[in-house]
Write a protein that binds this ligand. Structure first.
Ligand code: AMP
Ligand code: MN
Ligand code: MN
Ligand code: MN
Length: 392
C-alpha cells in the first residue's frame, strides 16, 4: 500500500497548511481516516484505508494515483484559500467539516473521558532549562516508558515545545504533548513554582513574562557568579552559562559546575553550602508574583498549578496559607501526585484540593534519568480528586 502511504504524507502536509486545523498529533493519527474519507468522496464508494481485499479500488488508486493526489491537493488548497478569507467568521467548508467530523471520534473525548490505564505525566524538563535530555530525547523516553500524555514544563521557557511537537509530528509519534511551563515566583520570601498547563505558547502576555523572567535569571546568575568568585571559585558563571547554552540558566547549572570542579561532592551539597537560600552565594531572585504568574497562564488559556507543594520545606500551616493565597489569585490546581511522596503527604494535599475546590495535577518533575525517579513512574490520580485536565 505504498501509494496510500504517499497520499497520506501528501495530505498530512497539505492539511497542515490549513489555518483552521490544529497541527497536532491527533490529526496525524487520524490522517489515514481522513484519506479514506476523501477517497470516499472521490469515488462515492466504501473504500477503506488498508482494505486491500477490494482489488478494483486498490487498482483504481494505483492507476490514478497522480490524479487523485492532484484532485485532493487542489480541493484542499482551494479550501485553504477560502478559509483564510472566512477565518474571522469561523465558517467551516464542507471539507473542513468532514475533517472535523472524522477527527471528532474518541480523541476529542480524550480529556473528559480518558480510558483507564492512560499514562500521564504533567511535569518534565529538557535541556531548554535544567533537564538532561534534548526535547526529542525526552519524547523518545516518554514513548519508551509507554506514556500517552506528557507535559513539558521547562523553567520560564517554552522553547522545547515547538521542537518536541515538530519531532512528534515528523515521526508520527503516538504521544499527546501538553504545552507547559514552570514559572518561578516569589511569595513571602519563598520561591514557589507555578506550572502552567495547556497554554498557548504564543500568548503575548506569556512571552512578555518569559522575557522578564529570563532577564531576572541572567541578573541573578551574574550576581551568583560574583559571590562564588568571592568564595574563591573562578569562572563559574561562564561555565554555567556555557552548559545552559540558549536555555534558561538555573542554579542547577551552577551546582553542576561546582561538582565538576570538585568544590562539592554532589549537586545537593552545592545548594546546602553555597547557592541554597541563606547560603554564602545565594542571591535573592526578582521573580514575578504568584498573582502575575496565574494571570499570565490564564491569559494564555492555561491552567495554573502549584508545583510540588511538599517540596518547599513549608509547615502544614504555611502550605495552607500558600493554597489559600493561590486560590484567592484564581489558581486552578495543586500538584498532589509526585514520585517519592509519602501516603500522608498525598492525603494532606488531596484534602487541600477538596477543601479549597482545587483540581489536582500529577507529574514526575523529570530532569534526567536516575534511580529515584523517572517519567510517569509511581503516578496515580486519587479517585476523589478532580483532575486538572477536566478543564480542557
Ligand atoms: P532555579 O530555578 O534557578 O532556582 O533552579 C532550581 C532548580 O535546581 C530546581 O528546579 C531543581 O531542578 C534544582 N535543584 C536541585 N536541588 C535543589 C535544591 N536543594 N534546592 C533548590 N533547587 C534544587
Ligand atoms: Mn529544575
Ligand atoms: Mn520546580
Ligand atoms: Mn520542575
Amino acid at each position: 500500500m505504498g501509494n496510500s502511504h504517499q497520499i497520506n504524507h501528501v495530505l498530512t502536509f497539505v492539511i497542515f497548511l490549513n489555518p483552521n486545523v490544529n497541527t497536532n498529533t491527533i490529526l496525524i493519527r487520524k490522517s489515514p481516516l481522513i484519506v479514506s474519507g476523501l477517497l470516499k468522496i472521490l469515488f462515492c464508494t466504501n473504500f477503506t484505508y488498508k482494505q486491500t481485499s477490494q482489488p478494483n479500488y486498490v487498482e483504481l488508486c494505483h492507476q490514478h494515483f497522480n490524479e487523485i493526489v492532484c484532485i485532493v491537493c487542489i480541493i484542499i488548497l482551494i479550501t485553504n484559500v477560502k478559509s483564510r478569507l472566512l477565518i474571522e467568521c469561523k465558517i467551516l467548508s464542507p471539507i473542513e467539516e468532514l475533517i472535523m467530523d472524522l477527527m471528532s471520534t474518541d480523541d476529542f473525548k480524550l480529556w473528559s473521558n480518558l480510558p483507564s490505564g492512560t499514562r500521564i505525566d504533567l511535569h518534565s524538563h529538557t535541556k531548554c532549562s535544567d533537564g538532561g535530555l534534548l526535547p526529542h530525547e525526552l519524547v523518545d523516553r516518554a514513548v519508551n516508558f509507554q506514556l500517552d500524555i506528557l507535559a513539558i514544563t521547562d523553567h520560564d521557557t517554552v522553547a522545547a515545545l515547538d521542537i518536541a511537537n515538530d519531532y512528534i509530528v515528523e515521526k508520527n509519534i503516538p504521544l499527546k504533548l501538553v504545552n507547559g511551563i514552570e514559572i518561578s515566583t516569589l511569595w513571602q520570601g519563598f520561591e514557589i513554582h507555578i506550572v502552567g498547563l495547556n497554554i498557548d505558547k504564543t500568548s503575548p502576555d506569556l512571552l512578555q513574562l518569559i522575557a522578564s523572567q529570563q532577564q531576572a535569571r541572567e541578573n541573578r546568575a551574574v550576581a551568583m557568579g560574583d559571590k562564588l568568585s568571592k568564595c574563591g571559585f573562578d569562572d563559574i558563571y561562564d561555565q554555567a552559562k556555557s552548559i545552559a547554552g540558549e536555555g534558561s540558566i538555573t542554579r542547577a547549572h551552577f551546582a553542576k559546575v561546582l561538582v565538576r570542579q570538585g568544590h562539592v561532592s554532589a549537586m545537593q551539597k552545592a545548594f546546602d553550602k553555597y547557592i541554597g537560600k541563606g547560603q554564602r552565594a545565594y542571591v535573592k531572585p526578582s521573580w514575578c508574583s504568584i498573582e502575575e504568574a496565574v494571570a499570565v497562564i490564564h491569559a494564555a488559556g492555561g491552567s495554573a498549578v502549584i508545583a510540588h507543594p511538599v517540596r518547599y520545606g513549608l509547615s502544614t500551616k504555611w502550605v495552607r496559607r500558600l493554597v489559600v493565597h493561590f486560590k484567592e489569585q484564581g489558581g486552578d490546581a495543586l500538584e498532589i501526585v509526585l514520585p517519592q511522596m509519602g501516603n500522608e503527604q498525598r492525603k494532606l494535599m488531596l484534602s487541600f484540593c477538596l477543601e479549597y475546590d482545587l483540581k489536582a495535577s500529577m507529574g514526575s518533575d523529570f530532569h534526567y534519568p536516575s534511580k529515584w525517579s523517572d517519567l510517569g513512574r509511581n503516578l496515580k490520580m486519587p479517585e476523589q480528586a478532580t483532575p486538572v485536565w477536566s478543564q480542557w
